[in-house]
Design a protein around this ligand. Structure first.
Ligand SMILES: CC(C)(COP(=O)(O)OP(=O)(O)OC[C@H]1O[C@@H](n2cnc3c(N)ncnc32)[C@H](O)[C@@H]1OP(=O)(O)O)[C@@H](O)C(=O)NCCC(=O)NCCS
Length: 370
């Protein structure tokens, strides 16, 4: 039987910081209100040249570096995002090209802020079934592009960033142990981006009415989130016969400190067992769990053998939890030079594009005769 181990992790956030004081210059709000209602102090905002794919690529390369895995050894790239580059092609395919994962399949997954848990579950199941060996899972967002910067209900919450895990097959027990995934589409209207899809394609009216911006019933989402976080965590750990006492760390979706507090109370766990970094990044949606995991590791809060739960909720409505035994870094014999792979990936992409142009010319010249 194969186990799916988390062998690599990486994160990327934009350099630009937007503080609560900055926001108070833009809308009627203040630092005290935002801190006390959400716990957020600042968030990162993508520069013009950054996008969900560029942040995802940066996080992916770091995760591959930690795993010391060549991109050419990847079997699959899954990108979870609510702010993908396009409806199609998938952001996953763009990342696959940029990192040079020449043998990998790639697809996007949409489950809002719960998406990273869904994506890790999909990747882990593919590994445990024996069909794949190495899977790259990325959560990436540039939700700042979909925020109405005049709406104080939403613009204070979200930030940009990306985080990635490498999952690898191993016969040693451990890694991803169990997960629970849930959805309740009857609550879809609580958090939505109404236009830009097939129901309301972009036109002058949708743009005029601001339907390409995030719309949210904050209180409704808050009530839902406080209900499901503890419940999903319990469900996931019970599946593998663990109790909350067995948990070393909980990495919750970083939406609101009060929601995380409620989850801790619901689980009767000390808040110290929860990884919290939302004060610096805000809600980075599907990227928040991998970003918090990377920082938990860097702060020495995750060691090999630790039992960790990732738990999240989001639009859909969706929610879920995933329990894992942290594997820690693998012993490295020979380091893979990822800088070289990045250059190689760029050259490879250019050659493939060039070949397509030549193919088009030849087809135009000889193909028509057939
Ligand atoms: C959005 C959220 C922070 C609002 O907090 P809240 O305590 O519910 O605040 P309310 O919406 O009840 O607003 C209270 C008052 O503050 C005002 N207010 C709202 N946003 C404000 C802001 N940014 N600054 C100052 N005042 C604000 C409201 O207008 C209201 O004023 P009123 O009492 O005069 O009508 C909170 O509901 C929340 O975090 N919900 C979950 C959202 C979430 O996590 N979304 C992502 C899911 S993945």
């Amino acid at each position: 039987m194969a186990y799916a181990h988390i062998t690599g992790w990486g994160m990327a956030v934009p350099e630009k910081i937007l503080t609560n004081d900055d926001l108070s210059q833009m809308v009627e709000t203040n630092d005290e209100w935002i801190r006390s209602r959400t716990g957020i102090q600042e968030r990162r905002i993508a520069a013009d040249e950054q996008s969900s794919a560029t942040l995802a690529t940066d996080a992916a390369i770091k995760a591959l570096d930690v795993a010391n895995l060549k991109p050419t050894d990847l079997d699959l790239v899954i990108v979870s995002s609510s702010s993908p580059e396009h409806i199609f092609p998938s952001t996953a395919s763009l990342v696959q090209d940029r990192i040079g994962a020449s043998k990998a399949g790639a697809f996007d997954l949409s489950a809002a802020c719960t998406g990273f848990i869904y994506a890790v579950d999909m990747g882990a199941n593919a590994i445990r079934s024996g069909s794949l060996q190495n899977v790259l899972v990325i959560g990436t967002e540039t939700l700042s592009r979909f925020v109405d910067w005049t709406d104080r209900n939403t613009c204070i919450l979200f930030g940009d960033g990306a985080g990635a895990f490498v999952l690898q097959a191993d016969e040693r027990p451990g890694g991803v142990l169990a997960s629970v995934l849930h959805s309740d589409g009857s609550g879809g209207d609580l958090l939505t981006l109404p236009a830009g899809g097939s129901k309301q394609p972009a036109d002058a009216a949708t743009v005029r009415d601001g339907l390409h911006f995030i719309q949210m019933d904050g209180k409704g989402v808050f009530r839902f989130a406080t209900r499901v976080m503890a419940r999903a965590t319990k469900e996931a750990i019970e599946k593998v016969g663990l109790t909350t006492d067995d948990l070393d760390l909980v990495v919750p979706h970083q939406a609101n400190l009060r929601i995380i507090d409620a989850a801790a109370r619901g689980l009767k766990m000390p808040i110290e067992k929860f990884m919290i970094n939302l004060e610096r990044y805000g809600n980075t949606s599907t990227a928040s769990i991998p970003i918090a995991t990377v920082e938990a590791f860097e702060r020495g809060r995750l060691k090999a053998g630790d039992k960790v739960v990732f738990v999240g909720f989001g639009a859909g409505l969706t929610w879920g939890a995933l329990v894992a035994e942290w594997s820690g870094p693998r012993p490295v014999e020979k380091r893979v030079n990822h800088n070289l792979y990045v250059v190689w990936a760029r050259i490879r992409s250019l050659i493939l594009r060039g070949m397509r142009i030549v193919e088009g010319l030849l087809w135009g010249k000889y193909g028509r005769k057939k």
